[in-house]
Each structure stands twice: as C-alpha cells, then as structure tokens.
Design a protein. Structure first.
Length: 201
C-alpha cells in the first residue's frame, strides 16, 4: 500500500425542476437553475476545463387515480447533471454549501484524486511483486526446490476510497448550517499481484 496526499476533488450532483405544462417549460426551468449553479461554480477555485453540465433528462411524472383507476399526468420533470474539479481542498465544505444554496437538488460526495496516482500504483505493484517473490522463495526453500523465473504475472488495482453520497435531506440541512469541514486524509493506493514461478529440483 502506498499513501499519497490528495491534490483535488471532483464534485458532482444534479438539479431537477418540474413543470405542469410542457417538456419545453420544464427544460426552460432547469436550464435557468443550472445557469445559477454554473455562475456559482465559476466563483469557486474550479478547474475550468473540468466543468461538465451537458446532460439533460426529461420525463413525464404521473399519479395513480384510485377512483378512475387511471394514471394522471402531473407534469414533466427535467434533470441536469453537473461535475467539476475543485482545486482547493480547504474549500470543499464551503463549495458544497454554496451549491446547495444555489439550487442543487442532489449532491454526491467528494471524490478525491491526485496526479500522482499512476506513480503510486507503480510503487504499490513493485511492493506487491517483491512480497510475492519473498513468499515464493520461502516456500521453495521449505520444499527443497530452487526458484526459477516467473511463468505468469497478473495484476489487479483497487481504487482510492470516496466519501458517501449525500441525498436531498443532507443537502437541505447543509443550507441552514455553517459550512462543514472535510478532512480527506491520505489516499491509499493498493495493488495485488499474482505470480506463478517455475521451480527446479
């Protein structure tokens, strides 16, 4: 396992608006809400090329009428999703609060990352291989065999942990409270290696 400090975090979420009129009206409302969110994101220490708000989903909303035993159209629900990379980790709590106050109806937990992930993975793979080699040598010695070169090597990789998702209830609570603090700690990069060694008497 190799530990590295996070350098950034990716924040994501969505905004949903409902219109009882037409799909176009629902889209107009959600576009206005997203414009407010994008204006908020631009005030944050965000990485501009990472800002993504290009997805739109519109679907009808129905209600079951038990008297007529039919579905009644309530309106149309429009949802737009967004994500961006926040470069200042000290601003995570403040950023989530600002997004909540700007109209985000769902916020996902921050996903921390680093530009050193690949280098850390390489170091973790080296650690895993050396550990496997040490175990193989001990087994070969115990069985009276000589360890040969590797016959096959396969690797695996486990992603760094993320924070849990916050639903709408948590978003509403955040709007009323002071900005919470987020302390991500170090990212743990782990790797596994499976090695089959040849042996000779």
């Amino acid at each position: 396992m190799v530990e590295i400090m996070p350098e950034f975090t990716t924040l994501s979420g969505s905004v949903t608006q409902l219109s009882s009129q037409t799909p176009a009206a629902a889209q107009e409302r959600v576009d206005a809400a997203m414009n407010a969110l994008l204006a908020t994101i631009e005030r944050l220490p965000a990485d501009p090329p990472s800002i993504n708000a290009g997805q739109l989903r519109i679907q009808p909303r129905y209600r079951w009428n038990s008297v007529t035993e039919t579905q009644e159209l309530l309106g149309y629900e429009a949802t737009r999703e967004f994500s961006f990379r926040l470069l200042d980790l000290d601003k995570v709590g403040e950023a989530l609060q600002m997004l909540s106050q700007a109209g985000a109806t769902q916020l996902d937990g921050p996903v921390y990352g680093s530009g050193e992930i690949e280098a850390a993975r390489a170091a973790a793979l080296k650690q895993a291989y050396l550990s496997a080699l040490e175990d193989a040598r001990a087994l070969a010695l115990a069985s009276g065999l000589n360890l040969g070169p590797p016959e096959t090597i396969s690797t695996g990789f486990r992603a760094a942990p993320i924070f849990p998702v916050m639903g709408r209830a948590a978003t509403e609570a955040m709007s009323a409270d002071a900005a919470p603090r987020y302390e991500p700690g170090q990212l743990q990069v782990t790797a596994s290696v499976s090695v089959v060694f040849t042996t000779v008497p």
